[in-house]
Structures are given as C-alpha cells and as structure tokens.
Design a protein around this ligand. Structure first.
Ligand SMILES: C[S@@+](CC[C@H](N)C(=O)[O-])C[C@H]1O[C@@H](n2cnc3c(N)ncnc32)[C@H](O)[C@@H]1O
Length: 230
C-alpha cells in the first residue's frame, strides 16, 4: 500500500499528450517505449499464461486488437511470440493520436499488423470482434470516467480474452523508476511522463473496483497490474 502516493493524481498531465509538444521528443518517446516495455511490461509471460492457451485450435487464424499502440512495439512482440509458437495471428492496433499513426507509418511492419486511429467505440459500432483484446500502459492515461467504459467496450469486442496491463501505483515504483532512468533517455518524455504515470496509476484494489464483473486484477512483477477478463 503506497504511503506517499496514497492518493491517485489523475489531474497530472503527461507531456506527450500536449498537442504542441516537440515532434522529435515525441518520436524519441515512441521509440523508447520498446526499451521500457522489454524491461518491465512482462508481455512474454502474459502471452504464454493468458493468451496462448485460448489460441489452441490448429490451422486457424486468430485476431487480436491492441488499444493505444504508441510506438507499435507491443503488437510486433506479440506477432513474433505467436509466430514462434506456430499461431497465425492478425493484429489490429489502434490509437486515437494521429501522431502515433504517423510514427508507425514511417516504419516497416509485418503484413499481419494493421494500424489505425479507430476507437473501441467505433469498432463496436462497426460490429468488429477479435479473439483477444489487449492494452499496455493506457488505462492510467484515461480520464476517470472513461476507464470503466473502455474495459466494458473491450469486453464486448473480445470473443475469448481481454488483458489490460498497466502500472501499479507505489512509492517504490516511483523511487526505483526515478533512479533507474536518471540521466537516460535524453530528449524523450520517458522519464518525466513515466514518473507522472506512476502517480496517475491505480492500486490493485482501486482497479478491481472498476473492472467489469468476472474480471480479475493480478499484481505482477515489477509494479504492474494485469486485469484479465472475461
Ligand atoms: C504510455 S502510451 C503507451 C503506448 C503503448 N501501448 C506502450 O505500451 O508502449 C499511452 C498510449 O495510449 C494512447 N491513448 C490515449 N488515450 C487513449 C484512448 N482513449 N484510447 C486508446 N488509446 C489512448 C496514447 O495516444 C498513447 O499512445
């Protein structure tokens, strides 16, 4: 239970969300997400424990939706993990920020990954469905009123599994992230926004109160929460 960060600070703004932030800093931030995710986000473990078991029928092509793709490294990692297991996976990655779409459009991706600026609500309205719906480090970005709605929409879009991975608010997470990133990630918002994100993030108890009925919120290492539904 955090002591100094006992209360969430949802009003703290992240610099990358400012529409007029310098484009090179934002591009460096998208690029650097991959390094941070590789060290702390735990998607290899999540894939094998929660996603792979629901993609078990041979000779099928499965679909996965990633909400809030940022720099696009998580869909690429999932593509690679699935390919290594012989699972055919088509990935649709969405982000409402056109700057994120411009960033990924300037890079090469496997044909099985498609990026767009759609929203979960617009996909639902178009009757889209996916076998698996995921997101990484997005929930804490949302205004409070949108958190439960986002998870509800994700639950409706998913046929088999939803995995929402996010930071857990904790004093130690803030201290260790601050120490571990000091002097690193120049001209990037990774450190400053990361520290704000930890203050905006939920505790396990807070998130468990927001998830739809039947979902479970796990505490995972290091300093993360994984909401799994349905
Ligand atoms: C901290 S970044 C995480 C990016 C990526 N998922 C990762 O883990 O590296 C948060 C992302 O969420 C996106 N985002 C913000 N509001 C959103 C919303 N309402 N729906 C979906 N994505 C959103 C932002 O544009 C940004 O790309």
């Amino acid at each position: 239970m955090p002591i100094w960060l006992r209360r969430r600070k949802p009003d703290l703004q992240e610099a990358m969300d400012a529409p007029d932030c310098p484009p090179d800093w934002l591009a460096n931030t998208y690029r650097d997400f991959a390094q941070v995710n590789q060290r702390v986000s735990g998607w290899e473990r999540i894939f094998h424990r929660h996603i792979r078991p629901v993609l078990s029928e041979p000779h099928r092509t499965y679909t996965l939706l990633d909400i809030g793709f940022g720099g696009g490294d998580i869909p690429l990692l999932l593509h690679n993990l699935a390919a290594r297991c012989g699972v055919q996976l088509r990935i649709h990655a969405i982000d409402p920020d056109p700057r994120a779409l411009a960033y990924v459009a300037s890079r090469r991706w496997p044909d099985t990954i498609e990026f767009s600026c759609a929203t979960p609500a617009s996909l639902l309205a178009a009757a889209a469905r996916y076998d698996v719906v995921i997101s990484n480090h997005v929930l804490h970005h949302l205004p409070d009123a949108e958190v439960a709605a986002m998870m509800r929409d994700a639950g409706c879009l998913a046929r088999r599994r939803v995995c929402f991975n996010d930071l857990a608010r904790s004093d130690w997470a803030w201290i260790l992230f601050g120490l571990g990133t000091a002097g690193r990630f120049p001209r990037s918002y990774i450190r400053s926004d990361g520290l704000r994100s930890i203050q905006r993030a939920f505790t396990q108890k807070e998130l468990q109160q927001l998830v739809p009925a039947g979902w479970l919120v796990h505490r995972t290492f290091p300093f993360h929460l994984l909401a799994v539904g349905p």
